[in-house]
Design a protein around this ligand. Structure first.
Ligand SMILES: [Zn+2]
Length: 422
């Protein structure tokens, strides 16, 4: 029995020792993390005017999603910038679309980190000249400043700082993928994104942090549907009874489908485009309506469509033929998983080391985080500096957020790269 007591107390001592060394290990990790993020923050802060000069330069390039010359110029600019850091950068040439670019930074650590950005903007050619970058107090305005040239630049500064400060051991590989087709639904880069995702331990999406500083832990999926009604035309005054009014039927169908709004948590339905008919004195034989649907889980889209097809059978105008088509290339949701929850916690811990707090949100807007999430990679988004009013003439980036958010990104890279996010 005494031997047993000794064994028990030895076990207790072992547990205490283990706990103690675990706490020390955690503390060491956090101390290393603190010195890393503070150093990255300081490095970026000291180079803020260079950053602003570079951002002004790339915002002066029109890179509308359909403007290949501008997108190619963006890819070349980024390739040069990466090469100047001694980083391998490959331009993926596209015939009809803008070129994409994948940079790979080799480290000496354990984990692979995927950073995803996009070089395209929503602004037509000529916007860059009409609206050059301007500063007002803490705000920097310019086309693509927040969505997302400033955020790509922030990722480059995080990488530059980590290399310059000797943190190559905090990752095995950083892959920075910048695609040229994020703002449109016709995607050409999905296979590239899948290839870049292979073997990645975490994906950090470089969309700007929300205007209140929140990062994004989940995004809804987004699909578009076209409902077409084929009726029969007739003279509206002489023999309207011979007609089959396609507009009337669609008006009825819109209201019916709209009733499914929110039928499952997170499902929203928006009829956003309508066309049909020719003249007021003609019973219209053709009408179309396009819907935008958002949802939390892929199954919600499938179930919503099933419900929709059922209620579609209740028609207002007999004889009108209805066709429902889903547009290809719809985005699935960026789902909030236990792994992304861990990343959120890590981000919050790192922000704490930098002296600020950060919340995470679910948003209905989509990003390429939906794809990395669908590939099964823990994904976090909204990791650029704070910005807002995207897709508008007042798009802005908050200058004072550049250095701390670059440091947060650097810290997250290191957490994934050392498998220490918890
Ligand atoms: Zn955008």
């Amino acid at each position: 029995m005494p031997g047993c007591a000794v064994e028990v107390s030895l076990t207790v001592i072992t547990i205490i020792k283990f706990r103690f060394s675990f706490i020390i290990l955690l503390r060491t990790i956090m101390m290393n993390m603190q010195s890393l993020v503070l150093a990255v923050e300081e490095y970026t802060r000291q180079r803020l005017s260079r950053y602003i000069g570079e951002l002004s330069e790339i915002c002066s390039i029109d890179s509308y999603s359909f403007h290949k010359p501008g997108l190619d110029e963006m890819a070349s600019w980024l390739a040069l910038r990466m090469h100047s850091l001694g980083i391998e950068a490959t331009i993926i040439e596209r015939e009809a679309w803008g070129n994409d670019i994948l940079s790979v930074v080799q480290g000496e650590g354990e984990g692979n980190v995927l950073l995803v950005g996009h070089t395209d903007t929503v602004y037509p050619v000529g916007t860059a000249a009409a609206r050059p970058v301007r500063m007002e107090g803490d705000m920097l305005y310019g086309p693509g400043a927040s969505d997302m040239k400033g955020c790509i630049l922030s990722a480059i500064y995080a990488i530059e700082a980590m290399l310059a400060l000797g943190y190559r051991s905090s990752f095995r590989e950083i892959r920075l993928l910048c695609v040229s087709d994020e703002e449109i639904t016709t995607r050409h880069c999905l296979d590239l994104m899948e290839r870049a995702s292979l073997g990645s331990d975490g994906a950090l999406i470089l969309e700007a942090a929300r205007d209140n500083g929140d990062i994004v832990s989940a995004r809804k999926g987004n699909a578009r549907y076209m409902l077409t009604a084929h009726g029969r035309s007739a003279h509206a005054g002489v023999e309207p009874e011979k007609g089959r009014n396609a507009i009337l039927e669609l008006a009825h169908q819109i209201l019916q489908f709209q009733s499914l709004n929110g039928w499952r948590e997170g499902v929203t339905i928006n009829p956003g485009f309508f066309a049909g008919g020719t003249l007021p004195n003609v019973v219209p034989d053709l009408a179309q309506v396009q819907f935008d649907i958002r949802y939390l889980h892929s199954q919600d889209r499938i179930d919503t469509e099933m419900q929709w097809r059922k209620i579609m059978q209740h028609q207002r105008v007999p004889g009108v033929e209805l066709t429902l088509e889903v547009e290809p290339d719809f985005k699935g949701p960026m789902v909030f998983t236990p792994e992304s929850f861990k990343l959120v916690h890590t981000a919050q811990d790192i922000a704490g080391l930098l002296g600020f707090s950060v919340n995470h949100v679910l948003t209905g807007g989509s990003s390429d985080g939906s794809y990395t999430s669908a590939f099964g990679i823990p994904t976090l988004d909204g990791l650029g500096p704070v910005g807002g009013l995207d897709h508008s003439p007042n798009e802005y980036l908050v200058v004072s957020s550049i250095a701390p958010r670059t440091a947060l990104l650097g810290g997250l890279i290191a957490s994934i790269g050392t498998h220490s996010f918890a």
